[in-house]
Design a protein around this ligand. Structure first.
Ligand code: HEC
Length: 464
């Protein structure tokens, strides 16, 4: 019986191989590779498993890492075999929801089919340790890129209390600043205080125009994003200018996800300007569940640039609140699975660096591509077959991707508003409508962001 189950797991894992192309190889090579997998008769921890875990898991799963427990020694892995089997068989870990057969990105967090099968076989064989090497290999840890010393550190105004009720939490916070003069910056890094609980952060930036805001520090700084819509929250946090108008908002000035380094970009390309007075808005500050009461005190580290970027980034925002409408009207009836689309005709050759699909808890499937006018050429952008709201990466291409003038960017997404969706915030399901600019986490969104610069000859050779 035991063997039959394990055989089934391995075989089904082999057939789902398509989701996990070997790093850096093309899909046809991968299929061959799958056919040739030759597993050792006995899989040993130190010989076979440690190298896989130490390369692909420990960057997050270490004692000070972003994941909830370490996987840096035999005993750590042995304790968790049941959940490790689940997450490996279902492709949940390492976390990388994008389909690697559709498009490839920088810093993918994936393991090969062979590595998967090894881990599953090792668990089936009751985790043999093997000979402990005299000198144990060193687990890889997540290394923050050397950005130097930050020029400005903005700490949360106070600690945030996180009750131990085993629920995900979503907060909205503002981190104001005031400096002697305007600046240009080259990198922003969010540094979580409570690394195990901060799950993701999406940070917007407001620069107050000269003379429009006396005190950016006035008002409340933190709100519960599940209880209050963002418009009310922004008002109570005194985010508008003193005359009540709204300053422009730079969406996604920075983002944080466990195990993701802040992006740095090629020479001459850059983006963000800071006015003397402004505020960061942590629009989604997501804490994972915890069983004990605890706290977080995180900070934002900012690195100034010496000169203005020659090619400042542009951002195309498609879908909800963006430049292109959602079709049909974004209403997801209770108890239904619904499909929506949004499209953009490219007016000028684009050099794309990074893309970011965004949905909330009802999202199910997401695909984006660009098609030529005669429909003969399709450029795949991204496919996420099983949406996971916890892992919203900003996917950066390995090289700049050119989308020629005249192509149409097409984005299709499916939303599951039935009881079959374990993340449905409502039981029984409620009809969800687009609530304009006043979003709560439990409202739904359908967005696609593209960071790009106007194309110049040779851009596609630039490595990111
Ligand atoms: C990018 C960071 C990252 C990497 C890489 C990563 N993990 Fe995780 N892992 C997490 C986080 C964060 C959680 C907490 C649950 C969540 O947020 O999805 C987690 C949760 C888990 C869980 C518990 C799941 C549950 O339902 O309780 C297991 C088991 C696990 N990881 C195993 C692995 C293995 C094995 C690897 C390598 C093959 C790996 N992880 C790679 C970040 C990571």
């Amino acid at each position: 019986m035991f063997y039959r189950i394990s055989f089934f797991v391995v075989v089904s894992a082999l057939f789902s191989a398509c989701a996990d192309a070997d790093k850096g190889e093309t899909s046809s090579q991968d299929e061959n590779a799958v056919a040739q997998i030759n597993l050792p008769d006995t899989v040993f921890y130190w010989q076979h498993i440690a190298p896989v875990l130490f390369e692909n898991c420990t960057p997050c799963h270490n004692k000070n890492g972003a994941a909830p427990f370490p996987l840096t020694d035999y005993i750590d892995a042995k304790k968790r075999t049941k959940t490790i089997r689940e997450v490996i068989a279902e492709g949940i870990m390492p976390p990388w929801p994008a389909d690697t057969l559709y498009s490839r990105f920088k810093d993918e967090k994936t393991i090969t089919q062979e590595e998967k099968s090894l881990i599953l076989k090792w668990i089936d064989q009751d985790v043999p340790e093997g000979i402990v090497p005299n000198k144990k290999p060193t687990p890889q840890l997540f290394a923050v890129k050397a950005l130097g010393k930050p020029d400005l550190i903005l700490e949360f105004p106070d600690t945030i209390f996180i009750p131990g009720d085993n629920r995900d939490k979503f907060r909205l916070a503002k981190i104001p600043f005031e400096m002697a003069r305007d600046t240009i910056i080259r990198a922003i890094s969010f540094v979580p205080g409570n690394r195990q609980l901060v799950h993701h952060v999406n940070g917007h930036l407001i620069n107050y125009p000269e003379g429009k805001k006396k005190d950016p520090f006035a008002g409340e700084w933190i709100k519960d994003a599940e209880e209050v819509n963002s418009l009310t929250a922004y008002r109570e946090m005194k985010i508008p200018n003193d005359d009540g108008t709204y300053p422009p908002l730079l969406v996604s000035a920075f983002n944080y996800l466990p195990g993701v380094e802040p992006p740095t970009y090629p020479e001459g390309m850059g983006t963000v300007f800071l006015n003397k007075k402004g505020t960061f808005i942590l629009n989604t500050l997501h804490y994972g569940p915890t069983a004990i009461d605890t706290f977080d005190l995180s900070r934002i580290e900012i690195y100034f640039a010496e000169k203005r970027p020659e090619r400042p980034f542009k951002e195309l925002q498609m879908g909800t609140l963006g430049e292109t409408p959602v079709v049909p009207k974004f209403i997801i009836e209770a108890g239904t699975v619904a499909e929506f689309s949004t499209r953009y005709r490219v007016p000028q050759d684009m050099s794309v660096l990074t893309i970011n699909p965004h949905m909330h808890l009802l999202g199910q499937d997401f695909i984006a591509f660009a098609v030529s006018e005669n429909k003969k050429d399709t450029i795949p952008l991204i496919h996420i077959p099983k949406w996971d709201f916890r892992w919203q990466y900003f996917y950066t291409f390995k090289h700049i991707l050119k989308i020629p003038k005249g192509y149409e960017i097409v984005v299709n997404a499916t939303f599951d508003n039935t009881i079959n969706n374990p993340y449905n915030p409502y039981a029984p399901p409620k009809t969800i409508t687009e609530s304009g600019k006043h979003m709560k986490t439990t409202d739904e969104m359908f967005q696609f962001f593209i960071t790009y610069v106007p194309y110049r000859t040779g851009d596609e050779n630039i490595e990111l």
